[in-house]
Ligand binder design. Structure first.
Ligand SMILES: Nc1ncnc2c1ncn2[C@@H]1O[C@H](COP(=O)(O)OP(=O)(O)OP(=O)(O)O)[C@@H](O)[C@H]1O
Ligand SMILES: [Mg+2]
Length: 645
């Protein structure tokens, strides 16, 4: 005989719901911190013992919960964040389901202590006000019944303490890992939330030891970057590009690691939709696509990115743990993200193109050399909010030099330096050196900053491989071959897409022997190759002759070039057309056209290379994703020599 159907007890319902939301201590921490953020806190203290399995506590200074609502906060389907269906279509809070606290309480020993923030007390009822400044506590007994409210001691705000997680659900408890692993998960969750909200001060302790102590960012971009560095390793800010792009209804902002600083693991990928960290295949794909011109398959981009869009365009009610969202216009979101990132990466650190905005300024300044630039782009208070989510009242229109970017101490943004087109006329080296005489550093560095092009002026060539240059910010080192390669590649791509690859006949046609199948393949692609400027004829079963080459390649080693091209074509398979492989074919061409190591360059040639670099998109990396240049700033140099300590 089957059991009769009956309605489950609330306690059991909560325990079942807990199965979806509460997987481990880290998930409890996530729910509690989200509640604190929803309560408008400015400070969070998180205390964890034994990975959170034994005890965890989240304390905030948010608005608090009035005494008469403490029990409700722990009741199922009770929330202050929604009242009707329409609200669900425009959720502006992290929570909305009204089930986190009761779920957690059903599988642990939970205590909730709260005191309403004094400035909000007028909202509370009169008895509440009479109770004045006291705090109240409720606890959940083993059978799920509430104990309290009883008076407690607590500053304005709320504390939730959770002890003995899964003490009454042994099956769940068995899935918990070691204390260390559980704490690692807690730490991950805390980092994710801390990255999203630099405006909230945060402290995390494990077994009494402080793990993170993060002050609230004060609105200066440096303070936000400092938090990024602390959470993602020092150097993150320096190795990243800041992005802020908008389209109708959509805004993408945050930071991406420059491709040269990509990761061997996908461990620094943080994507937030309206402040909520989510995992989404569509978004991962869009980002990956944007990086496809830079990154090896085996490398992973790193980023902290925020997508803001009107809540009605995204459904957050997809998964109980809220890790996923559904976009109304997913294709549009995908393409926007991909294009915005592509554009930003193309401009790289140098910017490449002078923005419209900065042109008049630049023209003025170039009139006289060595003028101080008091009006150089700096960050005014109105451009900075107290969190990345609120920065930039207006997104910058362009990303290039002169675009108004927040200026961090190192690397990111680089808006402080203004690229001056007029400086394509290179000043002799001697000038740039005398621009920073020792002892008069402060003054001259301002002058130099307004005057020197971003990559400065060449000083020397090292080992035939590297170019040394002096810029306003320090020493620039360029990998000459890598830089040439990117410049050549970008030029070929531009020429290819404009249908204007110029070829040049070889005075002496170059004939070479290949395998008959390879000769077939070249013959099949003869027309496409000709459009690339490479004119080949077949002479016999196993012989081809190169008659014309792209102008860029006139000094290349033809044997090596044709063999590499053949390898490219072979890798594409017999049936695919070269068009589909055009990027890799162009990259191969560019590689052969670029300066081989050990060729001596004159200073003029070196300066010309630097100026070319400044004008080239995606110049920060060569076609293989390696960096083309690095900077040792004055501070870096001082550090190297232990100066000023
Ligand atoms: N730290 C806090 N400060 C102030 N109020 C809180 C706090 N934590 C919870 N509350 C109140 O308790 C209610 C219930 O919290 P709970 O987390 O269970 O649900 P929720 O946040 O509304 O939705 P979700 O289940 O999606 O998290 C909240 O709606 C809020 O009003
Ligand atoms: Mg909640």
């Amino acid at each position: 005989m089957s059991n009769p159907i009956r309605i489950l007890s609330d306690h059991l319902v909560n325990q079942i719901a807990a199965g979806e939301v509460v997987e481990r201590p880290a998930s409890v921490i996530k729910e509690l911190i989200e509640n604190s953020l929803d309560a408008g806190c400015a400070r969070l203290e998180i205390d964890v013992e034994q990975g959170g399995i034994k005890r965890l506590r989240v304390r905030d200074d948010g608005r608090g919960i009035p005494r008469d609502q403490l029990a409700l906060a722990l009741a199922r389907h009770a929330t202050s964040k929604l009242t009707e269906l329409a609200d669900l279509e425009a959720v502006g809070t992290l929570g909305f389901r009204g089930e986190a606290l009761p779920s957690i309480a059903s599988v642990s020993r939970l205590t909730l202590i709260s005191r309403v923030r004094p400035d909000l007390e007028s909202d509370a009822d009169t008895t509440e006000r009479a109770a004045g400044d006291s705090a109240w506590e409720v606890a959940v007994a083993i059978d799920g019944r509430l104990e309290g409210p009883r008076p407690a001691a607590h500053p304005p705000g709320t504390s939730v303490e959770v002890r003995d997680l899964f003490f009454n659900t042994p099956a769940r408890r068995k899935f918990l890992r070691t204390e260390k692993t559980e704490f690692d998960h807690v730490d991950q969750v805390v980092r994710r939330l801390a990255l999203a909200r630099p405006d909230v001060a945060l402290e995390l302790r494990h077994n009494g030891r402080v793990v993170h102590q993060l002050p609230a960012a004060d609105g200066r971009p440096e303070s936000v970057l400092a938090r990024l560095d602390r959470l993602l390793g020092s150097g993150f800010a320096e190795q990243s590009l800041e992005i802020d792009a908008s389209a109708v209804d959509l805004r993408l902002h945050g930071w991406v690691r420059r491709p040269a600083f990509s990761r061997s693991q996908a461990d620094q990928q943080f994507f937030y939709v309206n402040g909520r960290l989510i995992r989404d295949r569509l978004i991962t794909h869009a980002i990956r696509q944007a990086f496809s011109d830079f990154l090896h398959q085996a490398r992973h981009p790193g980023y902290v990115l925020f997508l803001d869009l009107p809540p009605r365009l995204v459904d957050v009610n997809v998964h109980p743990a809220k890790h996923e969202v559904r976009f109304r216009e997913s294709r549009q979101v995908h393409d926007f993200i991909q294009r915005a990132l592509q554009r930003r990466l193309a401009h790289g650190v140098l910017g490449g193109v002078v923005s419209d905005e900065s042109t008049p300024e630049t023209a003025d300044r170039s009139a006289g050399a060595f003028v101080a630039a008091p009006d150089r782009p700096t960050v005014s208070p109105d451009e900075t909010g107290d969190s990345p989510g609120r920065r930039h009242s207006q997104p910058p229109r362009t990303f290039g030099f002169g675009a108004r970017h927040p200026t961090p101490a190192l690397g990111v943004g680089d808006g402080r330096r203004v690229y001056q087109a007029s400086l394509a006329l290179q000043r002799p080296v001697a000038d740039s050196v005398s621009a920073s005489p020792v002892g008069n550093e402060a003054e001259s560095s301002i002058a130099a900053e307004s005057d020197l092009p971003p990559l400065g002026f060449a000083l020397a060539q090292l080992n035939g491989v590297y170019l040394l240059a002096e810029s306003a910010e320090g020493l620039i080192l360029v990998d000459i071959h890598a830089a040439h390669e990117r410049i050549g590649y970008e030029r070929l791509k531009a020429a290819w897409s404009a249908g204007r690859v110029t070829s040049q006949p070889l005075l002496v046609p170059h004939s070479l022997q290949v395998d008959p199948r390879e000769a077939d393949r070249l013959e099949e692609q003869r027309e496409t190759l000709a459009r690339l400027g490479l004119v080949l004829d077949r002479l016999g079963v196993d012989r081809v002759v190169v008659r014309e080459v792209p102008a860029l390649l006139r000094q290349a080693d033809m044997d090596a070039l044709v063999r590499d091209l053949l390898a490219d074509l072979a890798a594409q398979g017999e049936s695919t057309r070269v068009e589909q492989a055009i990027d890799s074919v162009l990259a191969t061409l560019a590689c052969h056209g670029s300066v081989r190591a050990n060729r001596r360059l004159t200073l003029d040639e070196m300066n010309a290379l630097l100026r070319d670099m400044e004008r080239t998109e995606r110049i920060d990396q060569c076609n293989h994703g390696r960096p083309t240049w690095v900077r040792l700033s004055h501070a870096d140099l001082d550090r190297l020599f232990l100066r000023g300590r």
